[in-house]
Design a protein around this ligand. Structure first.
Ligand code: UT7
Length: 356
């Protein structure tokens, strides 16, 4: 490791984002389960989701976002010291998804580690990235999910909510004059007492898979108490936002744009209502991508920057909630706007999902 040397702080100096080519509309879900756009859209704000192609694994999706991020930064992958991948849909049990990403990128001097932090893993991971970047160790942080492979395509109450994709951030020590989102504060919490409420309980050491469990579809079972998750997401995201701002010495009136985790438009709206933030200050793209777990903030950030919604000098607040329960928020000051490369296939022709 490099010698310990503190700097003026750390920042996000480039963003990359990727979503697979296959776009699946709500209407297509009717082929798999008893559902419709009429049920899904009003309850979630979701119209489409991107679905990884057969053989397109988590590491491939993550590496694409990571590679785009490094291209945007003009950074040699060999200069990275850390590749952190936040995912709940890993490449395999072992080794870490980040190892495959590191190899694919050619980041040969980097330590590769995974974070399993649910939908808030990217924001919490930013805390770790920021701490290492302060020590002059460049970190590539990637949030990536291929949830289409993890979910039960016959369970309408969960499957219609999710999508695939990845977002990446290059976190470096701040350099005067170089555009970056200066990381002002990161606030992250977990309450493991609710660990059983949302997750994928089968296939680990607690509930090893047996032929009988696979036959009954448990290998794909996502457990979720929807209304309880909804309620906690709203209160905890609002609390995290206020706590992070307070620790940063700022208030909601200082915030120019909120980039929340994209789980459900109703959750986003309820958080905005609770905080009394006008809708135009809250970014949303859940309609296009659905809930992409720990990828959602990176993808949203890429689109918000590309849309010109973040300008130099502005304050950005990001906030997320997910399994664990875990929740996190972060406050950034735009010391310039970092470069973005995104391959989000937004206009891609709607195609049939790959299914189970
Ligand atoms: O990152 C965190 C990840 N999780 C979340 O964000 C989920 C948070 N929770 C939610 O977003 C909402 O609870 C849902 C969107 C999942 C559900 O909305 P809801 O208004 O709370 O509906 P519900 O769970 O109360 O279900 C109402 C009905 C049920 O039928 P019955 O029992 O009333 O006859 C469900 O079986 O809707 C039925 N249902 C569906 N019907 C058509 C559930 N899913 C579907 C579906 N299509 N896809």
């Amino acid at each position: 490791m490099a010698p310990v040397e503190d700097t003026a702080g750390a920042g996000i100096v480039a963003i990359g984002a990727y979503a697979p080519q296959h776009r699946m509309h709500n209407d297509e879900w009717a082929q798999y389960v008893d559902t419709s756009d009429v049920w899904i859209y009003p309850r979630t704000g979701i119209k489409t989701r991107h679905i990884a192609a057969a053989g397109e694994s988590t590491a491939m999706v993550a590496a694409r976002a990571g590679s785009l991020c490094l291209e945007a930064a003009g950074m040699d992958p060999a200069d990275l010291r850390w590749v952190l991948v936040s995912t709940d849909t890993p490449e395999m049990w072992n080794p870490a998804t980040a190892c495959f990403v590191q190899a694919e990128l050619g980041a040969r001097r980097a330590v590769a580690l995974d974070l399993t932090g649910g939908c808030s893993g990217f924001v919490a991971g930013l805390g770790l990235a920021e701490a290492r970047a302060r020590l002059r160790e460049p970190v590539l942080l990637i949030g990536c999910e291929v949830l289409s492979q993890a979910m039960d395509w016959s369970d309408r109450s969960t499957a219609v909510l999710f999508g695939d994709g990845a977002g990446a951030a290059l976190v470096m020590p701040r350099e005067p004059g170089k555009p970056a989102f200066e990381i002002v504060n990161i606030y992250a919490r977990t309450d493991g007492r609710d660990a059983g409420i949302l997750g994928k309980p089968y296939g680990g050491t607690k509930n090893p898979l047996t032929p009988e469990l696979v036959r009954d579809g448990h290998h794909h079972r996502i457990v979720m108490h929807g209304p309880y998750v909804f309620k906690n997401a709203v209160t905890k995201m609002a609390d995290a936002a206020l706590s992070s701002l307070e620790e940063a010495g700022l208030t909601l009136s200082d915030v120019d744009l909120v980039v929340p985790h994209q789980a459900n438009q109703r959750i986003i709206d309820a958080v905005a209502d609770r905080l009394k933030i006008p809708r135009e200050k809250v970014f949303s793209n859940v309609e296009e991508y659905a809930n992409t777990g720990s990828a959602s903030i990176g993808i949203a950030l890429a689109e918000a920057i590309e849309a010109g919604l973040i300008r130099p000098g502005q304050v950005v607040l990001t906030v997320a909630f997910g399994s664990g329960f875990s929740w996190a928020a972060s406050v950034w000051r735009a010391a310039g706007v970092p470069p973005v490369r995104a391959e989000l296939n937004r206009g891609a022709v709607l195609t049939k999902g790959v299914g189970t």
